[in-house]
Write a protein that binds this ligand. Structure first.
Ligand SMILES: Cc1cc2nc3c(=O)[nH]c(=O)nc-3n(C[C@H](O)[C@H](O)[C@H](O)COP(=O)(O)OP(=O)(O)OC[C@H]3O[C@@H](n4cnc5c(N)ncnc54)[C@H](O)[C@@H]3O)c2cc1C
Length: 846
């Protein structure tokens, strides 16, 4: 009986072990053949049973013969596959081909090779870049007064504009030979993070010219003449760029633009040339109201065949000087009280020569490809870094505020309800900054990771939204009352901007992360699709290799998912042996489960998966969670694995892996074919959902780390503007928090005296006086406590206004009310701004 059981179990165990270890088909056949031989000699099987096993084995041997396999299996499957393949437009193909595959490809494989991640050096700033952060960026932060910018001027003051141009903030991506700063992606990110911690208007203004726009497009696709002309002018701030894609009818579905360019003859600068007659109506364009050069996306037509044989070229990008006749520009939108320059523009029969096309006429029709290629990098830098800046600032402020603000005799952060929120904010900030630093490090190492960029864009902005919400709760009324003393309100208001731009978030989650990732990062799907598109025997050979590779990969993932779920991944390979080991193992487990679920979803739903957005979104969430958890672990290693930060690492990994589990559960629960869903569940959750979210205890440990001065707090909030100066609430909050530590023993004396009934007065200042009079505190101590109390009161104070100060008519820049023709307004506005600036200065002077 025991012998029978042994042989009965041996076959599946060996098969699963071979699949788990990803042994080749040849090797697996050899080993299983050996087991079958042993069974034939020593097992006690009946002749019929043995015959059946040998027939099966023969089938397996035949699979090792490529000719037989190709002609009898792959040829038929290829014919079926070609009918199943969803149609793909040129623009979809260009989006899919954009960028490179990096760590996300490992996660897609179901068996991530941790060494590839660990070998990546930690990203570092150059000395020059660090000096720029400590010098001009620090100075710019000091110059920014967010209330003046967002309420009084509805713009950056003229001296700030001048400083931004003078110090080349707009030229971080432009090479030095053109007069730019030629900074790494990491340096750009750090500059934006610091600015975002001070003013979203400044961060957005600086972010755009360094992100997707004329500068970036020229660098990669421009002709030498275009680069030589525009790049030095952009670097010096003589040209202000913007990039116009969106129009009233066309938002997310950007490839459907209706703006046109028709190739024709016309007059340009006194000469007759072949050029393009453009008509457009764009909106939401950042920097458009003040732009001197407009990067324009339009569809190009050549009905007279003046350029070539084609009638229609498709989406094309060109640089249009904004002074040309027919252009309307200068009016502004008002994005949620974050009044960076943003507005509409229209063009009516604007004529430009052909060399206005970025890259010249041979790049006609390549506009979409250019945009998606550049977006695969830019999407991972600007908005994720801004999100990190706002998140870090919110945590830094909230940790300190929760320490100095007392209710019921205790700092509010000591109440567990508030503590839970603080821990969540800190954990999310850790995830955001880890993801940004490590991914941007990969960009600097030459990757163009389109899927991670989309993950960062979506998750960092969503986490920033949650953090902004949480910060408002921690600070209560202090966060709500707008005015010069408010340091949270504008970030809270402005969050939907980041959610909407560069691929609105719902679409990014539902269509891009998994939709692009499934084909781009899957080790076999793109190869199968390409093979299906190839002609004749070459196509068949390529398809056969990809298909059988795919089958082996799917079988392996099924067995890896099952074994790791059964063993809680205890035996999975991990690159460390410390406290982080288990998180590596769990990521590997969910990577296998994800790869299995993704394959089954693609196999059973085919092209319909694209329309089942919620399934695709959940798969994207699982991929995102394990990607972000990997970034957290790598970031911790990059920082020298500080033990003190382990609570944050644990909180981050636990939350992310718990989310991965729950999203997989949601996927299976909603799987269209319930039987397939149930079968998948057997391989993914054979023991049920066993992973837990972070404990309350862990949250409380984090609160302790961020509610008082600590290395962890400093590391977590590194890179924001926290200089102690009168106009910087972040610096002042930190100062008060540090003081609160040193006055603790003095507060204790006053507290004990109050408890003993020694005071007649109720309020804190009077009690300090009484304590001094009664010798409970000496005069130095009393003075220290008084100073501390004053600082706290100043920090918790909010603004109030006379009624007429708040009415729209009191606003000094009648932004939304007065209409001004665009072109003339640019000139007029400069005068107005100067006047306003003078007024503001005069108002402030005593
Ligand atoms: C402040 C600001 C600055 C901007 N700057 C620029 C700029 O400089 N240049 C420029 O060209 N554009 C710019 N934009 C435009 C921006 O890119 C668009 O707003 C964005 O593409 C979304 O378009 P929309 O606002 O029309 O939303 P819509 O396309 O109308 O979308 C509405 C909602 O539907 C969702 N949705 C749409 N399609 C799908 C789908 N298939 N699946 C799931 N969900 C979907 C979206 O996610 C969104 O939540 C800016 C926008 C703002 C607000």
């Amino acid at each position: 009986m025991v012998a029978m059981l042994f042989w009965f179990l041996l076959f599946p165990v060996v098969a699963i072990a071979l699949a788990y270890r990803r042994e080749t088909l040849k090797r697996s056949t050899f080993i299983l053949g050996g087991v079958l031989l042993a069974y034939s000699f020593w097992g006690c099987a009946s002749g019929l049973w043995l015959l059946a096993l040998w027939v099966l084995f023969l089938g397996m041997c035949l699979l090792n013969l490529p000719g037989v396999r190709r002609n009898h299996i792959s040829r038929r499957l290829l014919a079926v596959y070609r009918t199943m393949l969803p149609p793909m437009s040129k623009t979809e193909r260009e989006a899919l081909e954009a960028g490179t595959v990096w760590w996300e490809g490992e996660l897609f494989s179901g068996s991530p090779d941790w060494e590839t991640l660990h070998q990546m050096p930690a990203p570092r700033l150059s000395r020059e870049e660090q000096a720029f952060l400590d010098g001009p960026t620090e100075v710019l932060c000091k110059m920014l007064d967010d209330w003046q910018i967002t309420h009084e001027l509805a713009d950056l003051p003229p001296e700030v504009w001048a400083y931004i141009k003078q110090e080349k903030f707009f030229a971080m991506i432009i090479p030095k030979r053109y007069g730019g700063l030629e900074f790494s992606a990491l340096a750009q990110s750090k500059v934006l993070t610091k600015l975002a911690s001070r003013s979203l208007v400044a961060a957005s203004t600086v972010g755009v010219p360094n992100s997707l726009g004329p500068g970036e497009l020229l660098l990669h696709y421009g002709t030498e003449a275009q680069k030589d002309y525009y790049l030095p002018r952009l670097a010096a701030g003589d040209e202000i760029p913007c990039f116009a894609l969106t129009s009233p009818r066309v938002g997310s579905d950007a490839t459907a633009i209706t703006d046109t360019g028709v190739v024709c003859r016309g007059e340009y600068e006194g000469q007759e040339v072949i050029g393009i007659r453009l008509n457009w109506d764009k909106r939401y364009i950042t920097l458009a109201p003040i732009a001197t050069v407009l990067g324009l996306a339009f569809k190009l037509y050549d009905p007279e065949h003046l350029m070539g044989e084609q009638d229609e070229y498709g989406i094309t990008a060109a640089l249009i000087p904004t002074h040309l006749p027919g252009i309307t520009i200068g009016r502004r939108h008002f994005p949620l009280n974050i009044p960076f320059q943003n507005g509409p523009t229209q063009g009516k029969d604007v004529f430009v020569p052909l060399d206005a096309i970025i890259g010249g006429s041979e790049m006609a029709g390549q506009g979409w490809k250019m945009l998606v290629e550049q977006l695969s990098v830019g999407r991972g830098i600007t908005l994720p870094s801004n999100a990190v800046g706002t998140g870090k600032a919110a945590v830094y402020a909230s940790g300190a505020y929760a320490r100095i603000r007392r209710q019921f005799g205790l700092p509010v952060g000591k109440f567990h309800g508030v503590g839970e929120v603080l821990a969540r904010m800190a954990g999310r900030t850790y995830i955001m900054s880890a993801a940004a630093d490590v991914t941007i490090g990969a960009i600097d190492a030459g990757e163009k990771p389109s899927v991670p960029s989309a993950i960062l864009k979506y998750h960092n902005t969503e986490m920033a939204r949650d953090i902004a919400n949480d910060a408002m709760d921690v600070q209560g009324g202090k966060g709500i009352m707008l005015g010069p003393k408010n340091y949270l309100g504008r970030n809270y208001q402005g969050i939907p901007i980041a959610i909407t731009v560069e691929g609105a978030n719902i679409l990014t989650r539902g269509l891009i992360i998994f939709g692009q990732g499934a084909i781009r990062c899957h080790p076999y799907v793109l190869r199968e699709m390409e093979a299906a598109g190839a002609e004749g025997e070459t196509g068949l050979t390529l398809f056969d290799e990809a298909l059988f590779g795919h089958i082996g990969y799917a079988v392996s993932n099924a067995s890896r998912s099952l074994i790791m779920a059964l063993t809680q991944a205890r035996y999975a390979v991990a690159p460390t042996r410390d406290e982080t080991r288990r998180y590596y193992q769990h990521i590997s487990r969910y990577s296998a489960s994800f790869a299995l679920a993704a394959d089954v979803a693609m196999l059973t739903l085919g092209g319909a998966l694209k329309r089942k957005e919620l399934l695709s979104a959940r798969l994207g969430d699982v991929l995102s969670s394990i990607y972000l958890a990997s970034m957290v672990l790598k970031h911790h290693t990059n920082q020298g694995s500080p033990e003190a930060d382990l609570p944050l690492v644990e909180w981050a990994c636990r939350s992310l892996l718990y989310d991965a589990q729950e999203q997989l559960h949601g996927l299976l629960r909603n799987f269209p074919n319930r039987w397939v869903g149930a079968l998948l569940r057997l391989f993914i959750f054979p023991r049920g959902r066993t992973y837990s979210s972070p404990s309350d205890e862990l949250g409380l440990q984090i609160v302790e780390l961020i509610m008082k001065p600590s290395d962890t707090r400093d590391r977590l909030c590194q890179g924001i503007y926290k200089t102690v100066e009168p106009n910087n609430p972040l610096g002042l909050l930190q100062e008060a928090m540090e003081l609160s530590e040193s006055v603790k023993p003095l507060e204790r004396k006053v507290y004990d005296a109050r408890k003993a009934g020694l005071f007649e007065s109720e309020d804190a200042p009077s009690q300090i006086n009484e304590a001094e009079q009664k010798g409970i505190l000496n005069s130095d101590e009393a003075q220290q406590l008084r100073r501390f109390d004053e600082k706290v009161m100043a920090l918790i104070a909010v603004d109030d206004f006379a009624s007429d100060e708040l009415s729209a008519s009191a606003s000094q820049v009648p932004l939304a009310t007065k209409k001004a023709p665009a072109k003339k307004r640019v000139a007029k506005k400069k005068v107005t701004k100067k006047k306003v600036a003078k007024k503001v200065v005069a108002k402030k002077e005593p």
